[in-house]
Write a protein of this length. Structure first.
Length: 123
């Protein structure tokens, strides 16, 4: 019981880590994320519950969503492995696609310098 409580506490604390800022690709900028449902929908985003806690927030599409990439520098956001191809071990050669939305939630493999960084799950 005590171990389960410690594991749960560790997961909660890990989920509270800030999402690192990402520099946009040349000529493209990361979309502004509106703070209200009305502004979100007006800007082309979708408003709804996000993450483990289900807090309502806006999710905007990325301008280069789905573009082939080998590194985060190729994208406005992250270069992520294709979840349909399964996970890869850290350091494995891999190509991916630029992230589809501004949402940091879900499980994915980040790719840097053409290599997998390992699976990451953000709740």
């Amino acid at each position: 019981m005590r171990i389960a409580a410690l594991v749960a506490l560790g997961l909660v604390l890990a989920a509270c880590q800030p999402v690192p800022a990402v520099e946009p690709a040349p000529g493209q900028t990361r979309p502004e994320v509106p703070a209200t449902a009305e502004a979100c929908r007006a800007a082309g985003g979708s408003w709804g519950p996000q993450g483990l806690l289900g807090r309502a927030q806006c999710v905007m599409p990325m301008p280069d969503a789905g573009k082939a990439c080998r590194d985060g520098d190729d994208c406005v956001g992250d270069c992520r492995g294709d979840p349909e191809k399964g996970g890869a071990a850290p350091g494995d050669p891999m190509t991916g696609k630029c992230q589809a939305t501004t949402s940091p939630f879900g499980c994915y493999t980040r790719i840097e310098d053409g290599r997998a960084e390992g699976m990451l799950c953000v709740d």
